[in-house]
Design a protein around this ligand. Structure first.
Ligand SMILES: [Zn+2]
Length: 171
């Protein structure tokens, strides 16, 4: 019984060579190869947001919870998708875009990185949080916030490319 299951599982994990070739362009992110070092160091620079390029994320997940507006930066989402590919399982986005009027941003002297579309909070804890944190350094996020106390634990990642970055903080 167990060996049957294992054999079934390995068939699922390792598609045949012909399947790999024919589905190379349309394969799901779960079976994407690890990105090359070149991809990690040079995220694609684009100016307009095309969500169809990112198989694991949708615009809805990043909407401002205050007004529904979304203005995410494509280079940031590209890096987040790279993180998602390496992580290999679903990631819960607890906060993406926040407009300057969002209560959290309105309290600040100047709206923060969420208002620039350069940040996301990933709802995660325990060993998954460890994995997300490690991969966040690997893919080149420059701002990393760690909230791992009590309820609603998350890891904040951002791609601000100006002082005070690189930076890491806790909440
Ligand atoms: Zn808003």
């Amino acid at each position: 019984m167990l060996s049957q299951l294992l054999s079934k599982l390995s068939q699922t994990i390792s598609p045949t060579k012909s399947e790999q070739t024919s589905s190379e362009l349309s394969q799901s992110s779960a079976s994407l190869p690890a990105p090359s070092p070149e991809l990690l160091s040079k995220p694609r620079l684009t100016t307009s947001m095309d969500w169809s390029l990112y198989p694991n994320f949708s615009e809805d997940e990043f909407k401002c919870k205050h007004c529904g507006k979304v203005q995410m930066n494509p280079t940031f989402i590209h890096r987040l998708q790279t993180l998602r590919n390496l992580y290999g399982k679903p990631m819960l986005i607890t906060s993406g875009y926040r407009c300057p009027q969002h209560p959290v941003e309105a309290k600040k002297a100047t709206p923060g990185v969420h208002s620039l579309g350069l940040a996301a909070d990933i709802g995660v804890n325990g060993s998954d949080a460890y994995k997300i944190l490690r991969l966040s350094f690997d893919v080149g996020f420059t701002g990393i916030g760690v909230n791992q106390r009590g309820q609603g634990r998350f890891i904040h990642v951002d791609s601000l490319d100006a002082p005070p970055r690189p930076n890491i903080w806790s909440y």
